[in-house]
Design a protein around this ligand. Structure first.
Ligand SMILES: [Zn+2]
Length: 408
């Protein structure tokens, strides 16, 4: 329970942004965090009293931002930033308000820290960004190039970056059947006397995903093959230990009971890890993270806030990969699924947070809707869903192979 308390505290801190404290040994500033449509953001110029910050317009909605010697390029309306020729995903797009450039809070809390760990430290619980100016006189901009900083942070957070695995080898996909044992997940459909539990559907579909992947020449690791409970954090750890390349968690959705007609809602959606952006995304994250209540205190030591932050950073390396995999899964499911395509979404799932590889969580449909529940429990449909997920995974791996295999 200690674990969930820490989780709750961190999620509360992330959900209620007010002020970013920016600090050096000599000075500090309290910079307002605005809650924009897509998430918390901070006006870049407001850091400048404490951290040397330059903002240069580079034409066509493009801005160069140098914060404490770390040079970033951003594009308005585009949720990415560029640093030293590499692209990093953002949870939301930079924007202009009142003539001032705002960057997502994540730029400061994650990217600066990752790109220049010797200069920036971030404490999530207190929302404090600490900047340590270099001891030597400011060198030219190139001095802060990633050649010096990135390998260090990589080895610290990931261990084996995928880019070092250039030699083609058999890929391994970790398939995670959501819930299990005392944790039924959702039960449905609404208004029916005979109910089916999410954990039963997820296991049936996960086994079919395994079979479909094995038939396509891919190694598979299942986090569970029986009706047992594996705690959320161990699901990711199992995957890491076994050297998975991809992590796919399978779930069945349930509605917010305050919706006007909850039983009528149906459709499929795929999540990748990031701070949840909308109320609806938070609903699904809360529902899936609630499995923590079935878990014992055995893993309480992993509740160390630092380990969460490090895990977040490691997973962020894979945000874009996860987003690509999520899109492929949605495309595949859309070709036959009778429910709505609810799209690719982002949320902060504990199960995804501990897997250091591209990771997605697929909500294959609403078990609460009577028609969709029939669809999800039909063995033929389960095979169809599983085949779609396996095809998407194989397509993703082929793209990935092309990218890393093409490198000299
Ligand atoms: Zn679930």
């Amino acid at each position: 329970m200690m674990l969930s308390a820490v989780l709750a505290a961190m999620q509360f801190a992330a959900a209620d942004p007010q002020v970013l404290t920016v600090r050096t040994n000599a000075s500090e500033a309290f910079v307002p965090v605005v809650v924009a449509a897509n998430g918390p953001a901070v006006q870049a110029r407001l850091l400048s009293p404490v951290i040397p910050t330059q903002i240069t317009e580079a034409g066509a909605g493009r801005y160069r931002v140098s914060i404490g010697g770390v040079d970033l390029t951003v594009l308005l309306e585009s949720p990415y930033l560029e640093h030293a020729g590499k692209i990093y995903p953002l949870v939301s797009a930079p924007f202009i308000d009142g003539g001032e450039l705002y960057l997502p809070l994540q730029t400061y809390s994650e990217h600066l820290v990752r790109l220049a760990p010797s200069k920036f430290k971030y404490t999530a619980v207190t929302r404090e960004l600490r900047f340590t100016a270099p001891a030597r006189p400011a060198a030219p901009v190139v001095a802060s190039s990633p050649a010096a900083t990135r390998p260090a942070v990589r080895s610290q957070t990931i261990g084996t970056p995928p880019s070092t695995r250039v030699a083609p080898r058999k890929r391994r996909v970790v398939v995670d059947a959501g819930h299990g044992g005392p944790d039924n997940g959702m039960t449905g459909p609404i208004g029916s006397r005979s109910k089916v539990a999410e954990k039963v559907i997820t296991l049936a579909v996960a086994k079919r995903v395994r079979d479909a992947l094995v038939a396509r020449g891919v190694d598979v690791l299942m986090t569970r093959t029986t009706d047992t409970l594996i705690n959320l954090y161990d699901r990711g750890r199992i995957a890491n230990k076994q050297g998975g390349d991809l992590f796919i968690s399978i779930h069945v959705n349930g509605p917010n009971m305050r919706w006007r007609n909850p039983a009528s809602v149906r459709g499929f959606e795929t999540f990748f890890l990031a701070e949840a952006k909308t109320e609806d995304e938070q609903r699904v994250a809360d529902m899936e993270n609630a499995s923590v209540r079935f878990e014992t205190d055995a893993e309480a030591e992993s509740g160390d806030p630092l380990s969460f932050i490090i895990a977040d950073m490691a997973q962020n390396e894979h945000l874009r990969e996860s987003l690509e995999l999520a899109s492929l899964i949605q495309d595949q499911l859309a070709s036959f699924h009778p429910g709505n395509n609810r799209g690719v979404k982002q949320a902060n799932f504990a199960v995804l947070r501990t897997s250091y590889m591209p990771a997605v969580l697929v909500e294959i449909g609403f078990g609460s809707n009577p028609e969709e529940s029939r669809f999800l429990t039909s063995p033929a449909r389960q095979t169809q869903i599983a085949t779609a997920i396996a095809d998407a995974a194989v397509a993703y791996l082929a793209n990935y192979e092309r990218r890393v295999g093409g490198a000299p």
